[in-house]
Design a binder for this molecule. Structure first.
Ligand code: IPE
Ligand code: IPE
Ligand code: MG
Length: 229
């Protein structure tokens, strides 16, 4: 079986999970972050080249500032604590999305991680931060306009944040919600989508492997003929 090039994940359900367990959405976010590392390791095991994780959407600014700040702090602390571990594992981090509105310290930490992990080759983890598909497409087209380039599929691709990254074969969304929420809309036209009932903090390596196994059984036509396999 050829290894997968790209898996994308909408890590949803942290808040509900936390509320159920400890009446605290924050608790859910904290636990959710712990799952991230397990899934990165699982993806490395399967030789996945790119893993894109939806961490914060362009619409998530609608949340109370208390929750937003908590998420930023969590990320901040996570970088401090885990950056060496990530580097040792050969993980390359790339930020997709516009982090210019993020707190200064977090922004510079994220940029630093991106820079120092550049040489790593085991897996590339794209962290979608203040990411929104519509914004990404608008940005791409604006760039084409500026450079007076033709609006073609190839050129639009070239100026997306995911430039040079193959489209995901698999998109997973946990949290028992069947929608895309402005994630990788352009890139996922032929992606196999798996909606998982479990909340993200309950998502296990086994769940991840099961989805990959299911994927290999799917007959992908890309609009061509279905040969009935
Ligand atoms: C996903 O979990 C993480 C982020 C959007 C930051 P949620 O916080 O959306 O959790 P639910 O969907 O409210 O349970
Ligand atoms: C999608 O989850 C964004 C992330 C997981 C970062 P949301 O919780 O924001 O999505 P909606 O609002 O339920 O569509
Ligand atoms: Mg949610």
């Amino acid at each position: 079986m050829t290894p997968l090039k790209h898996i994308a994940i909408i890590m949803d359900g942290n808040g509900r999970w936390g509320l159920r367990k400890k009446n605290s959405r924050k608790f859910g976010h904290k636990k959710g972050l712990e799952v991230v590392e397990n899934i990165i390791i699982a993806a490395i095991k399967k030789n996945v080249q790119y893993l894109t994780l939806f961490v914060f959407s362009t619409e998530n600014w609608k949340r109370p500032s208390k929750e937003i700040n908590y998420l930023f702090n969590l990320l901040n602390k996570y970088i401090d604590k885990e950056v060496n571990n990530l580097l040792e594992k050969g993980i390359k981090i790339k930020i997709i999305g516009k982090i210019n509105r993020f707190p200064k310290i977090l922004k510079s930490k994220l940029k630093k991680v991106e820079k120092i992990s550049k040489i790593n080759t085991k897996i590339q983890v794209n962290m979608a931060l203040n990411y929104g598909s519509r914004q990404e497409i608008i940005d791409s087209i604006k760039n084409l306009n500026k450079k007076k380039l033709l609006i073609t599929e190839k050129n639009i691709n070239k100026f997306l944040y995911t430039n040079n990254i193959p489209d995901p074969e698999i998109l997973i969304r946990t949290g028992n919600t069947n929608r895309i929420s402005n994630f990788l809309v352009w890139q996922s036209i032929y992606t196999e989508i798996f909606f998982v009932k479990k909340m993200w903090p309950d998502f296990k390596t086994e769940d991840f492997f099961k989805i990959i196994n299911k994927f290999y059984k799917i007959n992908r036509n890309f609009g061509g003929l279905n040969d009935g396999n």
